[in-house]
Design a protein around this ligand. Structure first.
Ligand SMILES: NC(=O)c1ccc[n+]([C@@H]2O[C@H](COP(=O)([O-])OP(=O)(O)OC[C@H]3O[C@@H](n4cnc5c(N)ncnc54)[C@H](OP(=O)(O)O)[C@@H]3O)[C@@H](O)[C@H]2O)c1
Length: 380
């Protein structure tokens, strides 16, 4: 079955009352990328954007040739003046790669307070300097130390965040993530990718949700379209248990599986947030990008990836655009997946609500035992 873009109309929310300004594009012309501008009239039913029949390499090349629109570019259809004015924004994984680029872009767009979720105060200070030197027009940059390999650190970070922003957050972009090249079990007894991409992200998401303002707050989970690679036959029974198992370990497959599991987290947080009227929760994939994600792979694997990069990978800045746009989307994106400037169809297993809920219940059972984690309002 070819993948179809069921819902390709959407609005971009400037996070201010001026959001009610009219659509920028009403003429129905397709964008130069063959995608759809926001607020176009509904597209013809089943209109595909990226051709369905491309190989994986073809899809990656298409992604490089068609970078996302830049919400910071005044000529872009996604540009909304004042989108982040007076806003308080948290970005985790902010010291490098996509998180850094998204944080820099939001700073340049003029948010009021930017909170950098990083692993150490030193990294935070270095990132703060890079953001200010890079043209970030932000009044107040703060550092939130969070080690996603340790539950206690995430719980502490959430507590500190509460004290740091008593007025709440307007936007949270949860970007910290890993692609582990080999099976390693961390301090908490979970495989590194499961711990960081799924369990710690779940603790962070559940902890941050109550802090996100109820009048237009945004909570964005950085996911990956790699989840699309997952085949049902890769696992039996529990996805969470399978992704954590040393048996038949394969880095690429497991990364994809952590991201599919991560969608169960995003969906659970979206359900806990309500109908998207007041807080919007979504997931985003920036496409394959040149970042440090492959840093733990061997030198020859990194060399091979490096040689392929011009063909396969967007710049981190281009990928960061999608993270920022996802944080500006309206209710239509609630519980959905933003990729290549459209609300992208999710993996059939992610569309299987029972499967997603079952996966979330397994995650909730684990994180609910972590001291300081409060899952009030979440299905368990
Ligand atoms: N690059 C891509 O092609 C691509 C495509 C789709 C989705 N993504 C997703 O985008 C997100 C950002 O990745 P990236 O590509 O920008 O990679 P990156 O350059 O390696 O950045 C990853 C970020 O996550 C942080 N992080 C990793 N482990 C952590 C931990 N245990 N505790 C706290 N922070 C931790 C890193 O901090 P340190 O620097 O301190 O390790 C870094 O800030 C990830 O969720 C990734 O899955 C990436």
């Amino acid at each position: 079955m070819p993948r179809r873009y069921e819902k390709a109309t959407y609005t971009v929310h400037p996070l201010t009352p001026t959001s009610l300004i009219g659509p920028h594009h009403q003429n129905g012309t397709p964008s130069p990328h063959g995608r759809l501008h926001p607020r176009l009239p509904p597209p013809p039913a089943g209109l595909p954007t990226r051709p369905d029949n491309l190989s994986l390499l073809g899809q990656l090349r298409w992604g490089v040739a068609h970078p996302p629109l830049d919400p910071a570019d005044p000529t872009s259809a996604f540009y909304r003046p004042g989108a982040f004015t007076e806003r308080t924004v948290l970005v985790t994984g902010a010291n490098t790669g996509l998180g850094f680029e998204a944080a820099l872009k939001i700073a340049k767009m003029g948010c009021k307070t930017l909170i950098l979720g990083v692993r150490s105060a030193e990294k935070g200070e270095a990132t703060r300097r890079r953001i200010v030197d890079g043209g970030g027009a932000v009044e107040d940059v703060r550092v939130l130390v969070v080690e996603m390999g340790e539950f206690a650190s995430v719980v502490t970070a959430v507590r500190e965040l509460k004290e740091m922003v008593p007025g709440g957050l307007d936007v949270a972009v949860l970007c910290a993530g890993v692609a582990a090249p080999k099976f390693e079990v961390g301090k908490e007894g979970w495989e590194t990718g499961v711990m960081v991409n799924v369990l710690a992200t779940a603790v962070m998401g559940a902890g941050v949700l109550p802090l996100v303002k109820r009048d237009g707050g945004r909570l964005v989970f950085v996911n990956s379209n790699a989840n699309d690679l997952v085949k049902r036959e890769w696992f039996e029974g529990s996805l969470l248990q399978a992704v954590n198992s040393p048996k038949g370990w394969d880095g690429v497959r497991r990364y994809a599986m952590t991201k599919l599991t991560g969608l169960a987290v995003m969906k659970a947080v979206a359900r806990a947030a309500g109908d998207g009227e007041r807080v919007v929760v979504n997931a985003v994939c920036p496409g394959m990008c040149k970042t440090e994600l492959g840093r733990n792979y061997s030198w020859y694997e990194r060399l091979a990836m490096g040689l392929m990069r011009p063909l396969t990978s967007r710049t981190a800045e281009a990928g960061g655009r999608s993270l920022v746009t996802a944080a500006m989307l309206e209710k239509e994106s609630h519980g959905k997946f933003w990729h290549n400037d459209v609300l992208y169809p999710m993996h059939e297993l992610a569309e299987d609500e029972e499967f997603m809920k079952k996966t979330w219940r397994e995650i909730a059972e684990i994180i609910s035992k972590v001291p300081g984690v409060d899952l009030t309002g979440f299905e368990q």
